[in-house]
Design a protein around this ligand. Structure first.
Ligand code: M6R
Length: 614
């Protein structure tokens, strides 16, 4: 949550920092700020609102300076207002800081600083940190880097920070624990950002800080990395990034979410490319191949994730148990990490995360590792914390997902998890070669079938028009499509602010059926493969209570057409692969309803893309 950007070099910092903040706005967007330093004076502007508000407000300050830092905020301590926005000055006015994370023990530090005469403008933990650094500088008579290190050893919490000192015009100090921080390395210039998107057009070379590392970035010098705890020297590992600019722009679509929905055929193909070799009858995945014994001999697989990734985990539970016959438990990472779970070294833990930065999922991994479990990460963001913390893993190759509502991350996660389940099914002898081949060939057809499912867009838009003013919606599915019902409801809630609930269709009669009347739209996933007759009975039950039925059906279905108010067809596929198709019209539906309700589709209220606080 919160995005940080910084620049030091030979160009004007202002346009780089502002553009970078726009790219990181998905991480938080309740306020924004920038500080520029021209070697003599610091000019600082900050405001409640979005980066475009900051752009206007910053016209009031000097935009000169080739050192700059900026911040886009998702409030934790203190309401979103101008004063609580970052950057924050120290009391002397010499130090300026931006921070993504939470300093948990800030109250006691604040009190101690107050006792020594410090005053505070904001309610933030960050202003406390910058003054603690200043106090260390004064009392210990040390330079900025050392002061940052000493101060950070006194704080409890999570942070990615960038701080500069007016007395050192050629230097920015950065540090990381729990929140991401990348340094872009150019020709005598450096970029700092929460992810690489702000600097990708300037350099492909990046250093990702590890937890508990800090760096002193000085113009004309190599980056100096140190461990915060013991001052040990660390050596920067400069990675060459594959990301390109096109991937992080809207490419003619009105919203990132729509672009990302339409990217799914390509994203799914990229996810299985080089792994799914149907003609040779094999699946090749290095992370699994090298650890196959751990999976095959596992007592059980525990899947941890949050939000949409948790829904992908639920689909995976069906796939792993059904195809590979391995027991699976799916847990909310936030619950798992605090409930003293029984974990042994015979367990395999799969962590699923688009961003690879979700704090609860990261903590769940650490707990499982401590207890001896083998940890496998399924992440989208290359080099992310979860990817690095895992013992092995597989990337989803969805490309950057910028819309806060997850779409292509979900389908590519299911693709990776399906590949793993199929591989294990084969390895364990649960599948004959011909059955294995049938699955591989069918998986290869999915991108084209997703493409076909996307053709329902116009029809979905007309359905959206009918139900856009609903106050409640129900989503029902069974088996593999129960998690899709949950995901459909989450998509609608988060971007259109309509209350929606997903249920296993058969559970309806245990309570939710009481909600059904002529005002209640019920979205039912009723594909031919997957408890079809039973779901048809559920549809009858809704109909007899006058609920409005919108059914996702297999193409050519006649029976449900007779009962439902609207039907949206998807191509036929194997039951276990249906979630990859049934989810498409539900994503489109949420998108259109949100647009019709004038909601901010890509940046829904109160949310952030990357949840790096618990
Ligand atoms: O980056 P992660 O996959 O770990 O994120 C998990 C959730 O925060 C995320 O899926 C969230 O629920 C999305 N907004 C859903 O669209």
């Amino acid at each position: 949550m919160c995005g940080i950007v910084g620049y030091i070099g030979h160009r004007d910092a202002f346009p780089i920092v502002i553009k970078g903040l726009e790219r990181l706005e998905y991480r938080g967007y309740d306020s924004a700020g920038i500080a520029l330093f021209d070697g003599n004076d610091i000019s600082l502007s900050k405001t409640k609102g979005k980066v475009e508000d900051l752009r206007s407000k910053a016209k009031e300050i000097s935009q000169a300076g080739s050192l700059g830092i900026g911040h886009t905020r998702w409030a934790t301590h203190g309401v979103p207002n101008d004063v609580n926005s970052h950057p924050h000055y120290s009391n002397s006015g010499d130090l300026v800081i931006i921070h993504n994370g939470i300093i948990e023990n800030y109250e006691s530090i604040k009190q101690a600083l107050k006792d020594r005469g410090y005053t505070f403008q904001s309610d933030t933990d960050t202003e406390v940190l910058v003054n603690l650094i200043e106090e260390v500088q004064k009392t210990e008579d040390v330079k900025l880097g050392k002061a940052v290190q000493i101060a950070l050893n006194q704080v409890v919490g999570a942070y990615a920070i960038a701080v500069f000192d007016k007395k050192k015009p050629d230097e920015i100090v950065v540090a990381k624990l729990g929140s991401p921080l990348a340094i872009g390395v150019g020709e005598n210039e450096f970029f700092i950002a929460s992810d690489a998107s702000p600097f990708i057009e300037f350099t492909n070379n990046a250093v990702y800080l590890e937890d508990e590392e800090m760096a002193i970035i000085r113009l004309g010098k190599e980056i100096k990395l140190r461990k915060i705890k013991n001052d040990a020297i660390a050596y920067p590992n400069i990675l060459e990034l594959q990301m390109n600019l096109e991937e992080i722009e809207k490419g003619g679509y009105d919203h990132f979410m729509l672009k990302e929905i339409y990217e799914q055929p390509r994203a799914i193909m990229d996810t299985y490319r080089g792994r799914l070799l149907a003609d040779q009858g094999i699946i090749r995945m290095a992370g699994i191949d090298q650890n196959i014994e751990k999976f095959v001999n596992a007592n059980r697989i525990i899947i941890v994730a949050c939000g949409t990734s948790w829904h992908a985990g639920l689909v995976a539970e069906y796939i792993f148990e059904d195809l590979a016959r391995i027991p699976v438990e799916v847990e909310y990472a936030s619950e798992f990490r605090y409930r003293n779970p029984v974990i042994t070294d015979k367990d395999v833990l799969i962590a699923i995360s688009q961003s690879g930065e979700t704090a609860d999922t990261l903590a769940a991994i650490k707990l499982a590792k401590e207890k001896g479990a083998f940890v496998f990460g399924v992440c989208n963001v290359v080099g992310s914390s979860i990817a690095r913390e895992s013992d092995a893993g597989a990337y989803t190759h969805a490309g950057p997902e910028i819309g806060v509502a997850s779409t292509k991350a979900f389908t590519t996660q299911i693709t990776v998890l399906t590949l793993i389940a199929l591989k294990l099914a084969k390895e364990k002898g649960e599948f004959s070669q011909s059955k294995f081949h049938e699955y591989l060939s069918e998986l290869e057809t999915i991108p084209a079938k997703v493409e076909k499912s996307l053709l329902s867009n116009d029809l979905v838009e007309t359905v959206a028009e009918v139900y856009k003013d609903s106050t409640n919606c129900l989503y029902l599915g069974r088996g593999y499509n129960f998690p899709v019902a949950l995901e459909g409801a989450l998509k609608l809630k988060e971007i259109s602010y309509i209350h929606a609930e997903g249920y296993p269709a058969a559970e309806m009669k245990h309570g939710p059926i009481a909600l059904i009347d002529e005002q209640m739209p019920v979205f039912v996933i009723a594909t031919k493969k997957g408890h079809y007759e039973k779901v048809v009975s559920n549809i009858q039950e809704i109909k007899s209570r006058k609920g409005k039925i919108i059914a996702i059906v297999t193409e050519g279905d006649e029976q449900v057409k007779e009962l439902a108010d609207h039907v949206i067809e998807i191509p036929e596929t194997l039951e276990s692969l249906t979630p990859l198709l049934t989810t498409i019209p539900l994503q489109l539906l949420s998108y259109h309803i949100a647009v019709m309700r004038n909601c901010n589709v890509d940046q829904p209220r109160n949310l952030a893309k990357s949840v790096t606080v618990e």
